[in-house]
Design a protein around this ligand. Structure first.
Ligand code: GAL
Length: 654
């Protein structure tokens, strides 16, 4: 039988027989994309495939970054079809289609966006073994890149077999890099703190070191006092202006001090918020006990490293307002004042969640037309942080423009300003260009992405495109690439609680990148169930100091061989630099090399002239907290697969 089939094949190839294979007939489970799932014969939004008003019968609706690797066995003649940005999209975002044949780019569409006519291609595949169909990001991040492969067909006398584009993760042991903190106190709290005149002042001097530690503060302006046991400074300051205080922590082994600049004025959250959010772990099942447990863990292990906020996400709201029009907690949250007092008694701060629309994303009651009342209610409850998530407001903006979306956020800002309490304000609108207007709407941070998940392709697609908005970073103004997907996660996404699917190296990369980006650090895991690895990942003071650097300088990206180098300037004239082995278009051309690729270390080199450094410089490994020596001209290092080498570079003074 086999023999006859072979003869038939031979005959057909001599006679030039070919068949047509449409890519939408293939198994799309091998098509990897960074948002949603591929849809056959429809757009990513499940609508008919349509580009610039023209409908297409068949194809695949996908979303950048998208990769589809096909084995065409050297038996294909050609590939042809159209590509375009689908019409069903609220925004006009940029993307680029590429076709690679045996690692070589053979076609690119150039930058495309909604409204442009589909582009046609017809390419020879003579002798080609494998092709990769790619939709790349094109300079404005990956959001809303609704991309269509239209009527794409391959003429072949062989088979077309889709293959996985990335290797399966090989199990790698979790390894701890963070050295244990010493017995002597070391202060880790922010070097700058902003408060509005007259509003409650809450700042905890965070320090590691053996307990008991005695906390003191010198030059405290009138109106502030420090609790010597906990380091909590409270009170209020009436006059606008800058004040410098000296905080100290002492124990039997010695002491540490830190000068803190207090800015009394219009700006708060002068370094990125660090805390916990209930969503990724608990979703709508969050309740008072889970929140108190999180506060207990933060107070025991994390507070000494500067972690501060305990934020309840969606799922706390009662169905109805009370007779005064005030929001109330549902049965899971019987008494918010009690809960917030509990959180504050631990030296921590308390965050809450709402929406500018009538309901939240989870369908609970929200703040539409009750902004002023809600801001006052939250102030009364002792809320220190608000995540304001867009969702149902979209019913008022069927054709959204920046001004229309901005309006309800500005309204809530005004309401928060009238409340006599400082509340960090998160504009929860994950959409393109939010960074262009969220600052004007009074946001301290704004979601630059849709929801993160604990998959490397999602974390890297979100993180490594934050350069498009990096310039918006400033003290009190942060791009928010969403929460940290480390530790035990799941229920929030309707899944079983599970250990983060990121490998240990990927988790080191994730935390390092978020620190360079000056991103808010919000732990999304079940904190009462954290293993040693996760705890160490979240308590490296030299790493966290990069996130909390008071200069809050924008991050920069350099694409280089084997990955990307991200860097930012620090207040003391040094630089933080992360060498990441990250290639968003990574394609596993040869299946057998998957293991080898993951076990390899990758050489990366930084020419420090790119940072403006001309003379000698010192390098310190931040995760290991150890000096690597003195260098000149460039610095080279080895980086594990999907991992990072995170360093501080300090130019030598001449
Ligand atoms: C989503 C938001 C999530 C979470 C959820 C709550 O829109 O991105 O982070 O807040 O709503 O319903």
């Amino acid at each position: 039988m086999k023999y006859y089939l072979f003869l038939l094949g031979l005959l057909l190839s001599f006679t030039g027989y070919t068949k047509t294979v449409y890519i939408d007939e293939l198994d799309t489970q091998f098509l990897l994309q960074d948002w949603g799932v591929p849809v056959v014969n429809k757009s990513i939004m499940q609508t008919p495939l349509q580009v610039a008003g023209k409908e297409y019968r068949r194809g695949i609706g996908t979303h950048s970054i998208s990769r589809f690797l096909l084995n065409v066995e050297g038996k294909s003649q050609s590939i042809s079809g159209w590509v375009g940005a689908d019409d069903r999209n609220d925004f006009t975002c940029n993307m680029e289609f590429k076709i690679l044949a045996d690692k070589r780019e053979i076609w690119s569409s150039g930058v495309m966006h909604k409204g442009m006519s589909a582009k046609k291609f017809h390419l020879s595949l003579k002798g080609v073994q494998k092709i990769a169909l790619i939709v790349a990001e094109a300079g404005d991040g990956i959001m809303y890149d609704h991309a269509d492969w239209l009527e794409v067909k391959i003429e072949t006398s062989g088979n077309v077999t889709p293959e996985p584009v990335v290797p399966e993760n090989i199990a790698k042991e979790k390894y701890v890099l963070t050295p244990q903190p010493g017995l002597m106190p070391k202060i880790n709290s922010p070097k700058v703190f902003g408060v509005r005149p007259g509003n409650p002042f809450i700042y905890t001097v965070a320090a590691t070191g053996e307990r008991p530690v005695k906390f003191t503060a010198y030059q405290l302006p009138d109106g502030l006092t420090i609790n010597e046991e906990t380091g909590l400074i409270t009170g209020s300051l009436k006059e606008k202006g800058s004040y410098y205080i000296v905080t100290r922590a002492d124990n039997q082994h010695g002491g540490d001090s830190r000068i803190v600049r207090i800015e009394v004025g219009d700006k708060i959250s002068l370094t990125p918020p660090m805390g916990w959010n209930s969503w990724n772990c608990w979703g709508l099942s969050v309740d008072e006990k889970k929140v108190k447990d999180a506060a207990d863990v933060m107070n025991t292990f994390l507070i000494n490293h500067g972690w501060t906020y305990i934020n309840i996400d969606d799922g706390w709201e009662a169905e109805k307002r009370d007779e005064n029009g005030e929001l109330q907690g549902n049965a899971k949250f019987p008494d918010f004042k009690r809960l917030s007092d509990y959180i504050h008694s631990k030296g921590l701060k308390f965050g809450i969640y709402s929406s500018p629309g009538p309901t939240t994303c989870g369908g609970y009651l929200a703040s539409y037309q009750y902004e002023k009342i809600d801001a006052k209610t939250w102030a009364k409850w002792g809320v220190d942080y608000l995540k304001h998530d867009y969702c149902s407001y979209s019913q008022f903006t069927p054709s959204p423009t920046e001004d229309l979306i901005k309006a309800p956020y500005t309204l809530m800002r005004e309401a928060l300003d009238e409340a006599d309490r400082d509340m960090v304000y998160c504009v929860g609108y994950g959409a393109p260009n939010v960074w262009n207007w969220a600052k004007e709407a009074g946001g301290n941070l704004w979601r630059t992405t849709r929801d993160i998940t604990d998959e490397w392709n999602v974390v890297s697609a979100i993180g490594f495109f934050q350069d498009v908005c990096a310039e918006a970073t400033a003290p009190g103004c942060y791009n928010d690439p969403d929460m940290l997907v480390v530790g035990k996660l799941g229920l929030g996404w309707g899944e079983k609680v599970h250990d983060s699917y990121l490998t240990p190296d990927e988790q080191y990369s994730h935390v390092s990148l978020w620190c360079i980006l000056s991103a808010p650090l919000l732990i999304g895991c079940d904190m009462s169930n954290m293993d040693d690895f996760t705890l160490n990942l979240l308590t490296n003071d030299e790493v966290l100091a990069v996130n909390q650097d008071p200069a809050v300088m924008p991050a920069h990206k350099i694409i280089t061989e084997n990955g990307q180098i991200w860097w930012k300037m620090l207040e003391d004239g040094s630089y933080a630099a992360g060498f990441f082995n990250a290639d968003p278009y990574f394609i596993l051309w040869d299946q057998s090399s998957g293991k080898e690729i993951q076990q390899k270390n990758y050489q990366m080199m930084l020419d420090v002239k790119k940072l403006g450094i001309t003379g000698k410089f010192e390098v310190r490994d931040l995760w290991r907290q150890s000096d690597l020596g003195e260098f000149e001209g460039s610095f080279s290092t080895e980086v594990p697969y999907h991992g990072v080498r995170f360093v501080k570079i300090t130019p030598k003074k001449i």
